[in-house]
Design a protein around this ligand. Structure first.
Ligand code: ZN
Length: 429
């Protein structure tokens, strides 16, 4: 048993005011300890990548970590209510932060999947009324309860696979009421105890509307942004040839500032259409996809402090250039990996698979891919309280099935997660 002190009933150890000192927070009684960790991935850049500690222990008080380090160094107070989790020498890593999903949808597009496999392009299917249009028709007609029920199943799969925070976009409404309903569904799921924490993004410029696009955009600017501001933290746009142009997207992103919504951009996914340069110019928090971005674009993102979000599942399904993971790192940018979970181009809830694909297709090392799926995801959402296992941050952690953290990417298509801890609470025991 590790050398940590048990709190006698009625007694106390520490007791002073809480403060962060080195690798621990003093003064709190642990409500959870995870002992017997073979390899702990902290994400601490001062340690060997990816912030590795051998023979480690975690301790949390409430939702916050108060210790993450060598078992020999643990010195925290515990009490009769302290929950002890035995990792049995398995590895422990930060919970995944999936920073780009369209997980609220109704209907399904399996036939389209087969058509694409037979040679039809994404654009050809969209021109025939398939693609996003078919999802919009099904999703916009759904009730709030229907949206919540369909999405809950996907969110459960995400949690089982280790996602402890998920970003959820609207974008399948195209009327203000339907867009807001998707955001409300996402937020309702974020309130449920045994699901990932949820961050919401208003995505009004996604598929093209049936009517006058200029009138639609004016409606978004005049009514959509003020209404979405209380339900979302970010605004997003699909800046792409055949979808929304740079000028239209820029109007949206600039106008959104007055409503406190930070910018995200679906950038240079299907063609070099200017989304990356736009994201850098408006100071977006992230630019996502980037499959057709040039080195100059990537340098501009790095200089502007824009996180590049790689979506290797969508890249693989659609074909085309690989995600520019290595090129973004060479340019000096922060990178994230995310699922893009959506019914058209990547129905996938698995962040472990994205780590595998990040290594296999985006030129990342396993450590870089794991950090992109955790700390990088947090950066893409502006969340400074998670993504690494450091004292003072949220205790969102995964106990793996195996002793090696490398197995997350190495074991392709597996479920490597044994136990999930969200905000200091065991939710997948
Ligand atoms: Zn997307």
């Amino acid at each position: 048993m590790a050398a940590w002190r048990r709190l006698a009933p009625g007694g106390g150890i520490g007791g002073g005011s809480t403060g962060v000192t080195g690798d621990r927070v003093t003064g709190d009684v642990a409500t959870m300890v995870v002992v017997n960790i073979g390899q702990l991935v902290t994400g601490n850049p001062r340690l060997p990548a990816p912030g590795l500690v051998e023979d480690a222990v975690l301790a949390a008080s409430g939702d916050r970590l108060i210790y993450a380090g060598p078992a020999a160094g643990l010195d925290v107070a515990t009490g009769p209510e302290t929950v002890e989790v035995d990792a049995h020498r398995a590895a422990v890593i930060p919970g995944f932060v999936d920073a780009h999903t369209h997980v609220v949808w109704l209907g399904e597009r399996s036939e389209e999947y087969a058509l694409r496999a037979a040679g039809a392009s994404y654009e050809e299917i969209a021109e025939k009324g398939g693609g996003i249009r078919s999802t919009v028709a099904a999703t916009a007609a759904g009730t709030l309860d229907e949206l919540i029920a369909a999405t809950r199943e996907r969110a459960r799969r995400m949690l089982r696979l280790g996602t402890t925070t998920v970003e959820v976009k609207s974008g399948y409404g195209q009327s203000l009421g339907a867009e807001l309903r998707q955001l409300r569904a996402a937020r309702a799921l974020g309130e449920e105890a045994d699901l990932p924490d949820v961050v919401t993004t208003y995505l009004p410029l996604h598929g093209l509307p049936d009517g006058d696009r200029a009138a639609y955009l004016e409606g978004v600017l005049g009514e959509g942004l003020p209404a979405a501001a209380s339900l979302a933290g970010f605004v997003d746009c699909f800046c792409e040839t055949g979808a929304w142009g740079v000028d239209e997207c820029e109007r949206l992103l600039v106008a959104a500032r007055a409503h406190g919504l930070r910018a995200k951009v679906h950038a240079d996914q299907r063609s070099h259409s200017g989304g990356s340069a736009l994201a850098a110019r408006v100071g977006a928090i992230s630019a996502d996809h980037l499959d057709h971005a040039t080195d100059e674009d990537l340098r501009a993102l790095a200089v502007a402090g824009v996180t590049g979000v790689l979506l290797p599942g969508a890249s693989m399904v659609l074909g085309g250039p690989p995600p520019p993971g290595r090129r973004l790192l060479d340019a000096g940018a922060t990178i994230a990996l995310a699922t893009d979970c959506n019914p058209g181009t990547c129905w996938c809830e698995s962040m472990p698979l994205m780590v595998s694909l990040g290594v296999a297709t985006a030129g990342l090392t396993p450590a870089e891919a794991l950090l992109a799926a955790t700390a990088g995801g947090a950066a893409a959402l502006g969340l400074t309280d998670r993504g690494r296992l450091l004292p003072g941050l949220r205790c969102d952690a995964l106990v793996l099935e195996t002793p090696k953290w490398l197995d997350v990417g190495y074991h392709l298509g597996a479920d490597p997660v044994s136990q999930v801890i969200v905000a200091g609470r065991l939710v997948r025991p």
